[in-house]
Design a binder for this molecule. Structure first.
Ligand code: SF4
Length: 336
């Protein structure tokens, strides 16, 4: 239930801005207000590992794409506040058509999802009508609606292996994850040429220099990273898999090749270990790679979207219904 009314100018500006452009007074205790509002509205706050630390700390659940979709599928909340990027909010809405799903900033997109434009993808699919379409969850609702089954980095291998060996496969949109899966499963897959700007930014030369400076460090990488990074990694896996590896491996130092937000959760889980972000091509001050889209969400924007229940994620019903089928297939296979 929305209890506050908004100035008309703020509502009008919302589609262009992507978020509620309202100053939050210094006297507002944002954390206390979020805690009060989420109880009052029976809201759940779901946050991706790549969100800033303050958002991860206040979330009801922090996880990777698979964990977040499982939480979204199971929630009893009336309002879902999704602290992540647009396709994640869409996935929550596809699973919960009767619930309101809000995102702190609608412009928090994803370069990987945007690399699969629906019309171009439809044409590609039509050229290969006998192929099973396996799509990584980082894609729009429209692309999901054209897919046979969705996967995340946590379950991609299992999903590909669940497809009969005589069936040819299209894998989209991440070519790096696709190549990695071809190696792991031995399946010959047609790959869509998409990629994530954050994971493609890791510089192999700088990474090798860093590894020389830390000869005992274990290199841990996300499969969205390029092949040359994966070749030098000691462990390749989803964000949750990476956290578990760092927790269980006896090494003291780890170089982490994925979005830097994951370090917040890892540091909590393994307080005594040294976590070093893998360096990117750009000379940024923290020498690490952060996803600019994920960082568009802030604690203040999260507070405002919880308070006013805007901006809301909408998915046209015909697309939602079609997109639900491959997501449910994935959730089903992930249970076993
Ligand atoms: S890190 Fe890459 S794949 Fe993940 S949300 Fe950002 S742009 Fe998309």
């Amino acid at each position: 239930m929305v209890t506050e009314t908004l100035p008309a100018a703020v509502v009008e500006a919302l589609p262009k801005k992507g978020f509620l452009n309202i100053p939050v007074g210094k006297d507002v205790d944002v954390v206390a207000e979020i805690n009060r509002l989420r109880k009052e509205k029976n809201a759940v706050i779901l946050a991706h590992y790549y969100q800033e630390g303050a958002i991860q700390d206040i979330a009801d659940y922090v996880g990777d794409s698979l964990g977040l979709s499982q939480q979204a599928a199971a929630t009893q909340a009336d309002l879902i506040v999704f602290a992540g990027v647009h396709f994640m909010g869409e996935t929550a809405k596809i699973l919960n058509p009767d619930k309101k799903v809000v995102l702190p900033d609608l412009k928090a997109g994803c370069s990987l999802a945007e690399s699969a434009e629906p019309n171009a993808f439809r044409a590609f699919k039509e050229q290969h009508p006998d192929h099973i379409v396996v799509t990584y969850i980082n894609c729009s609702a429209e692309i999901k609606a054209m897919s046979d089954i969705i996967c995340t980095s946590a379950n991609a291998e299992k999903i590909v292996n669940s497809i009969p060996k005589d069936k040819p496969i299209i894998f989209a949109p991440d070519k790096n994850l696709g190549r990695y899966l071809i190696k792991k499963t031995g399946r010959d897959m047609l790959l869509w040429e998409g990629a994530c700007i954050v994971h493609e930014a890791f510089a192999i030369d700088k990474l090798l220099d860093l590894a020389k400076q830390h000869p005992h460090a274990r290199i841990v990488a996300h499969p969205e990273s390029e092949d040359h990074i994966l070749k030098v990694a000691h462990y390749i896996g989803s964000t949750t898999g990476m956290i578990n590896f760092v927790k269980n491996d006896p090494a003291q130092e780890f170089i982490i090749a994925t979005e830097a937000g994951i370090l917040h959760q890892m540091a909590k889980e393994v307080p005594g270990k040294d976590l070093i972000p893998a360096p990117s091509h750009e000379d940024n001050t923290c020498a690490c790679s952060e996803c600019a889209f994920m960082r568009m969400n802030t604690l203040e924007k999260l507070y405002l979207c919880l308070k006013y229940e805007l901006p809301e994620i909408q998915v046209p019903e015909d697309i939602r219904r079609k997109a639900l089928v491959p997501i449910q297939r994935m959730l089903e296979i992930s249970k076993s």
